[in-house]
Design a protein around this ligand. Structure first.
Ligand code: PLP
Length: 384
């Protein structure tokens, strides 16, 4: 079955007790056991529950992995993966990554005796140089955040395998619609389901999909031991969201491409970061590893200080001023003071997050309306 068909049917079998086409939300925290020997499909909802399993099953299918595991948030999923590391281990991470992952790696993990090297993962030679005998994990975002750099997943998979390290891909921005890292050799894929998978800014969730059953089992053990599981309502909403994921991501990516091309021509705009533009440094790798679009995030730098960027994002009417991304509503933000405020100012500048950088999450509204909104914000800032 093709992606869109699986998104609608896997894990969504009609309820055998009454024929309901949409499986119900199972709220039970505990389950009656057939015997006292511990052999039951479900016993306690932290270990597993039917609605969560439905979502885990469809995502394992869409990402092409052996096992999916759903968490209370993207950060809970990320934290669970990093619990596979032990004191003395070394993690190599990209520099163009979500600010919350950066905070977890550089504060929480560093305090547990895990050493971290941050490197530009678009440069495979630099990734190889950063790896050492203790490296156990390479963490990448195929489409980076907020600069939308593109990392070669297959190239990183080969390096991780050579070093005996796990390759983990935070695929939140690209989604399994555009990019499936497990098919390119990654060991684990992570998503903030809060974003495109949920798709409607009404839930928090995270997901891991493991390529190998043994890695899936290790992660499940850790998830059950630490407990940050996704609840039944969020699991239900994610199952619903995923049914329209492909349609939304394709439509939103097409609008993002149009807006990126328009922004590229604006005199106030110094630089546009969008892998779909032929001028973008990530375009060649993106054209090779993404299918059906280049994503629905666009970032751009205006010829201004942080106050100018703040004025711009306060001037839009359709683009709402908010962190997060991936929903049907378009959002706008200034990473330096919002999503990536967790970076120390020097670290932020060193990785290229300038004060004038603006990030757009392009939603599902009519493209012309969004373009008009950016144009009026551009006029407001230019006339000041
Ligand atoms: N990874 C990326 C790329 C994100 O954008 C986010 C949230 O913005 C996360 C991880 C963390 O996810 P959550 O907010 O669901 O914990």
């Amino acid at each position: 079955m093709q992606f869109r068909t699986r998104a609608i049917h896997v894990g969504q079998e009609a309820d055998p007790s009454n024929g309901a086409v949409v499986p119900p939300i199972h709220l039970a925290s505990t389950f009656v056991l057939p015997a006292a020997n511990g052999n039951a499909q479900y016993d306690y909802a932290r270990t597993g529950s039917p609605t969560r399993h439905a979502f885990e099953a469809v995502m394992a299918s869409l990402d092409g992995g052996a096992r999916g595991l759903a968490f209370a948030s993207g950060m809970a999923a990320t934290h669970c993966v990093t619990m596979l590391l032990k004191p003395g281990d070394h993690l190599v991470t990209g520099t163009d990554i979500y600010g919350g992952s950066w905070r977890l790696f550089n504060n929480v993990l560093a305090e547990r005796g895990i050493s971290i090297t941050a490197v530009d993962t678009t440069d495979l030679a630099a990734v190889e140089d950063a790896m050492c005998a203790e490296t156990r994990m390479l963490w990448i975002e195929p489409t980076g955040n907020p600069l939308l750099s593109v990392t070669d997943v297959a190239g990183c998979a080969a390096l991780a395998q050579k070093a005996g390290a796990l390759l983990v891909a935070d695929n939140t921005l690209a989604t399994p619609v555009l990019c499936r890292p497990l098919e390119m050799g990654a060991d684990i894929v992570m998503h903030s389901a809060t974003k495109y998978i949920g798709g409607h800014s009404d839930l928090l969730g995270g997901l891991l999909v493991a390529r190998a059953p043994e890695v899936g089992e290790q992660l499940h053990w850790m998830q059950n031991a630490t407990g940050a599981v996704m609840g039944p309502l969020e699991s239900f909403l994610c199952c619903r969201g995923v049914k329209t994921l492909e349609l939304r991501v394709h439509a939103q990516s097409a609008t993002a491409f149009r807006l990126a091309s328009w922004l590229y021509q604006q005199p106030l705009v110094k630089q546009v970061h969008y892998p779909g533009l032929e001028t973008d440094p990530g375009h060649t790798v993106a054209a090779n590893q993404y299918h059906g679009g280049f994503g629905a995030m666009v970032s751009f730098e205006i010829d201004s200080d942080v106050q100018g960027a703040q004025r711009f994002v306060e001037s839009t009417r359709l683009f709402q001023l908010a962190v997060s991304l991936g929903a049907v509503e378009s959002l706008i933000e200034v990473p330096a003071v919002m999503s990536h405020g967790a970076y120390a100012p020097e670290a932020r500048r060193a990785v290229g997050i300038t004060d004038g950088l603006i990030r757009l999450s392009v939603g599902l509204e009519e493209a012309g309306d969004l373009e008009n909104d950016l144009a009026q914000a551009m006029n407001t800032v230019s006339s000041l």
